[in-house]
Design a protein. Structure first.
Length: 138
């Protein structure tokens, strides 16, 4: 790994940490009723909202979209067309303890590695992939 790659990775990690910290402070400043309204607006409960903003790994923001893309799914389309499903996948990914393993597998281009053994979203991703492949009735 060369120095520019290391620097870019450290910079990305730093930006992520700053963003997460800012999000935590913004949520902490909210009244309980505002927090409840925000959680309702995005379709999750307050505890899940807090856990997403304190997520300390790049799973929901980088790894999950990358896995979807490698499997031939457009993450932006899934997020727009299946908002609740995508949001649930982000929440699940945010609680994952195997994100480092996922990151390594994706870096190697091995998208199927671990899908059934550690990916908590495997069944949802499989369903999305199957739905994409099924022909529409004439």
């Amino acid at each position: 790994m060369n120095s520019s790659t290391i620097f870019a990775r450290l910079h990305s990690m730093w930006r992520g940490a700053v963003h997460r910290r800012r999000s935590m402070f913004e949520l902490a400043a909210c009244s309980p009723s505002d927090l409840h309204r925000i959680a309702q607006d995005v379709g999750i409960n307050e505890r899940d909202l807090r856990s997403l903003t304190t997520c300390s790994h790049p799973g929901p923001s980088e790894l999950m979209p990358k896995r979807l893309q490698y499997l031939g799914l457009d993450p932006a389309f899934v997020k727009h067309a299946l908002t609740a499903t995508y949001r649930d996948m982000e929440r699940v990914c945010g609680t994952c303890k195997s994100w480092r393993r996922c990151e390594r597998d994706l870096a190697k281009g091995d998208i199927q590695a671990g899908m059934q053994t550690y990916c908590l979203n495997a069944s949802t991703i499989d369903a999305l992939t199957v739905d994409r492949l099924e022909p529409t009735p004439a």
